[in-house]
Design a protein around this ligand. Sequence first.
Ligand code: RAM
Length: 354
Amino acid sequence: MMQLSGGRRIGSAALAAALIIGVTAACSSSTKTSAPTGSPTGTGIKKGLTVYFIPKDTQNPYEVIADQGGQTALQELGGKVVVSSGTSDTAAAQIPSIQAAIQARADAIVIAGNDPSALCPSLGQAFAAGIKIVSFDSDVTCPNHLFINQANTEQIGTSEVDVLAKQINSTGQIAILSAAATATNQNAWIGFMKKQLTKYPNMKLVKTVYGNDDPATSLTVLQGLLSAYPNLKGIISPTTVGISTAARYLSTHKDIAAKVTLTGLGLPSQMKPYIHDGTVQSFELWNPNDLGYLAGYAAASLASGSASLTPGTKFTAGKLKEYTVLPPSGDTGPSVVLGPPTVFDKSNVDQFNF
Ligand code: RAM
């Protein structure tokens, strides 16, 4: 199943039609959308660019907010965004969208990888066709792309463990409620969580479960976890879908909530009620709209030749100002980091609109 933005679900029979919609939408960009008159943000950026945003899926509110940030960026720059992806977090569901971008002769693709390597053959085809590749949210291991990282990967993993340790007195069984088992970002954060846990000998990670960023699956695996580990003291859910699903469940099961501490990465807009009713004390995130906005500017800058993958290259991202391309490190190629995450609790959660 493939879905274009606007909530339209498309079955396989209509897939060809969907591809044509993508082509039509992208080609119409050659008529050029004009930039706001006098806008200082588009210096050095070509007008009329088409950027395909391919989120993990089109249903996840986090991804929708990120894509909206990309749309704002391209609007400011006199170009356009086509949002296209599947309805489940798999690489297979994203490949038709990459093919659509190639057929539409898009200028750039911004993709959140549901898998580190399975998208590489298709992204390689796109690159060979002259399309600039940007990953955001969840990286891919293919060459020739820029990764827009939401925050330092090690800092996210480490701080999640520290936040939970503080709340459970560094003691007891803990579990992780993740998204898709193949999601690069989730696995990178979990890797650093495991490393950080070696500093807490009395905290034991008993299980990692995968809710695929689907609320129903997340609930099922959460319930399985709670029944398999009745002495569980803490859960880290580094996904907005997982943490909001778990918080909703715990808020209506106060007996369990009294024993199990939940933290992770959540949208303040979704988590507010659970902070105020005491189900969750604190969690973290960054602004997903800014992440998409930065990715949009990066994609447009690469497609215009005003930025490159060379470490040290600087480009301007509109209201977010200037960013510098960082050198490859570990499994990550050239990247840009949006900024540090924010910790939300009852003192500040109402101040955020995402
Ligand atoms: C989920 C997605 C996304 C992740 C956020 C925190 O919505 O899994 O990839 O970065 O949560």
